[in-house]
Structure formats: structure tokens, C-alpha cells
Design a binder for this molecule. Structure first.
Ligand SMILES: C[S@@+](CC[C@H](N)C(=O)[O-])C[C@H]1O[C@@H](n2cnc3c(N)ncnc32)[C@H](O)[C@@H]1O
Length: 216
């Protein structure tokens, strides 16, 4: 009950306030607290290099895309086809401005994953997994895996395990959450400490990024 209220407060109130701030800001890149556009661009480029991804002309889906900063970077630098989903109307409005060629859906990630009819080479879930409870986290990952092209990758960013007491994450990921994925045949699993991959991190230094590649 407490978590449901906390989540409601984060998503319906705090995130809307940030979106409003960003709407009137000179630097409307990132949706959350201290992050800015160059932090998000740095993260995408480091992940692409780390995994040696070739995204030229490939489909990228950003779930919880905010104002579309990561998608814009991918379109501008890798000539990718952009798809974005976000709950907040103002975010989608700005994302459409940033990425005119993109395909955007204003609504819930789970609803989108129930009806999408494309396949993707990179799916980004950055700073979003903690908005969902454990059952939803698992369901979302399973649905995404079905929409990955062979060699396609799901990047789940800002994982915080339940040993951390982090006030901005409603539903931390349980410590053994990814064990099942590590042992699956068709999956290559990789996890990095974000501070090590991205350089100095602005938040919890033990945040990790998980990269799950579908390799049938
Ligand atoms: C912490 S922000 C991260 C935004 C972006 N990924 C970034 O890294 O800047 C979380 C984003 O997820 C969106 N979001 C949260 N729950 C969602 C849901 N159920 N469906 C769609 N979007 C959601 C919020 O509107 C917000 O833009």
C-alpha cells in the first residue's frame, strides 16, 4: 500500500513537475533531477561502444523515453529508426519535436508491449524498471525479449537492488532478479557498474546497467 502510494506520487506528481520544468527549460534533455542531455548521450554512446552494436538503420525502442534525448542521439549518430513510449503527454510532445522521424506512443509501457507489431535491435529501459512492481518487471522483460531481433539487445539501466535504500526508486530489483536470465540458452547476459562504464555518476554509485542480448 505504501509503495503504491509512493509510486503514484513519483509518477503522477514528481515526474509531471519535472516534465513541466523541462518544458520551459533551455535544456530540456533529461526528465530527472540532475541529469542533462549530455549525460544521456554519454550513456547511449558508451553502451553502444561497450557492446559493439551496429545500429545503422536499425530499430530502437525507448520505453519511458522522456523527451526523446537518447532516441535523438541514436537517430543523429547511428541513423536509427526511433520508437518511444512515455506516460506523460508533455514528454511525448517534446520527444516528437526532438525526433520528427520517430514513432511515439503516449501511454503505459505494458499496454504498448501488448499491441506493438515491430521488432527491435535495441530496447532501452533506463530509469524506469523501478516504477514497476516485481511481477510487472518480470512481465515487461519477457514481453520485450519476444520483440528483439536476433542479436538485438535490451538495456535496463539504473538497477538498484533491494539492499539499497534509495528514496527515488519505488520498487528496487530483488538481488537474485536476473539469475534466471543468466542461465538461459538464447541469451547473453552482461552487467556493469554504471559508474565504471559511464564515468562519474550523479546518483547511487552502485547502480548497474544490465544488457540482455537475444542470441538464438
Ligand atoms: C526517471 S524518468 C527516465 C526518463 C528517461 N528514460 C531518461 O533516462 O531520462 C522515467 C520515465 O518513465 C516514464 N514512465 C514511468 N512509468 C511509466 C509507464 N508505466 N509507462 C510509460 N512511461 C512511464 C515517466 O513518464 C518518465 O518519463
Amino acid at each position: 500500500m505504501f509503495n503504491a502510494l509512493k509510486n503514484f506520487f513519483h509518477i503522477k506528481i514528481v515526474m509531471n513537475l519535472y516534465s513541466l520544468r523541462n518544458y520551459f527549460s533551455e535544456e530540456p534533455g533529461a526528465v530527472w533531477l540532475n541529469l542533462n542531455s549530455s549525460d544521456l548521450e554519454n550513456m547511449v554512446s558508451k553502451v553502444v561502444k561497450h557492446k559493439g552494436l551496429d545500429l545503422d538503420g536499425k530499430n530502437i525502442l525507448d520505453l519511458g523515453c522522456g523527451t526523446g534525448t537518447m532516441l535523438k542521439y541514436a537517430v543523429d549518430n547511428y541513423n536509427s529508426n526511433a520508437y518511444g513510449v512515455d506516460l506523460i503527454r508533455l514528454n511525448i510532445r517534446q520527444a516528437k519535436k526532438h525526433v520528427p522521424s520517430g514513432n511515439f506512443y503516449r501511454g503505459d509501457i505494458i499496454d504498448y508491449l501488448d499491441k506493438v507489431d515491430s521488432k527491435f535491435d535495441l530496447v532501452i529501459l533506463y530509469g524506469v524498471i523501478g516504477c514497476f512492481n516485481l511481477k510487472q518487471q518480470k512481465a515487461i522483460i519477457e514481453k520485450i525479449l519476444k520483440y528483439l531481433n536476433p542479436g538485438g539487445m535490451l538495456w535496463i539501466g539504473a538497477n538498484l537492488y533491494n539492499i539499497f535504500d534509495y528514496k527515488f526508486q519505488t520498487y528496487p530489483v530483488p538481488v537474485d532478479f536476473y539469475e534466471d536470465y543468466k542461465s538461459r540458452n538464447s541469451i547473453v547476459f552482461d552487467e556493469v557498474i554504471e559508474e565504471e562504464l559511464f564515468g562519474k555518476h550523479k546518483y547511487e554509485p552502485k547502480q548497474t546497467s544490465v544488457m540482455i542480448t537475444y542470441q538464438p
